[in-house]
Ligand binder design. Sequence first.
Ligand SMILES: [Zn+2]
Length: 297
Amino acid sequence: MFKSKLLLLAACCIILSSCSQDRPASKPIASNASSNQPPEANSVDLPDQSGTEANDSSLNGNSGSAPTENVQPQEASTEPPEIPQHKYHINNVYRVVPNEDGIEKKVVLLTFDDGPKEKEMLEGLLDTLDKHEAKAIFFVNGYRVKSNPDLLKLIYDRGQIIGNHSWDHIDLKKESADSARKQVEDVQQIVEETVGERPRFFRPPFGSGNETLHSIVEENDMIYMTWSNGSLDWDAKFKNKPDGVIQNVMDQLHPGSNILMHELPWTEEALDELLTKIETEGYGFVDPRTISAPPEN
Ligand SMILES: [Zn+2]
């Protein structure tokens, strides 16, 4: 008799404790579908939306704090991940700008195009990014992902962000709408198959696009960008010239610099010094996961 009372008491305690816990992720957030904006745009307006982007941010999935007890069996995996809030967007000249006043303007976005190519070079870039606690977008080509799925996983596992740079690295402006769509969507698919998550950012090869491409990218819930600060590391003049690459970026440095670099050996060689110089000028590195669609788009 006493034992059964104890059991009842214990059961009440469990129920009470699970009710009293804050569970921010339990907010119904997926339902503001009245606009046709991508979910990123909607989430800008929600101060407490850390659960919304679970797919986008499962990068963080294994570093999240685990405040909940084991009361709920496997729902515990939906614990709120540590997602940076959306603070920035890409403006019409492809600079990174704050969504509102009071957010640091003096930032740069680091991007590396045309990979994933080669393990050692990539690891060099990743190590340097880690050293500077910087995140970057790696805009990948589908045909390279197909040859190097392990390298794509490496980028992802090291906490960096993957962007879509088309399948074949061709001039999409010259393609039919169907062909351009395939170039974009096949990359979404292979990246998802490889790392379980679709890119949120798109950059057309050669910065070359048109209205049709913009629409395709938007339909795929991606943010379109070219760049605003070209390192010229792709220019034959700067081949094997890390100092020249550094100088090019520093000469063009401006708040919100969207810096275009490539997976190239001389860029890897330049990166540590380049990031140090950028920091010395008082700039921070934007975490791409804090970039949303423009707030009033
Ligand atoms: Zn490219």
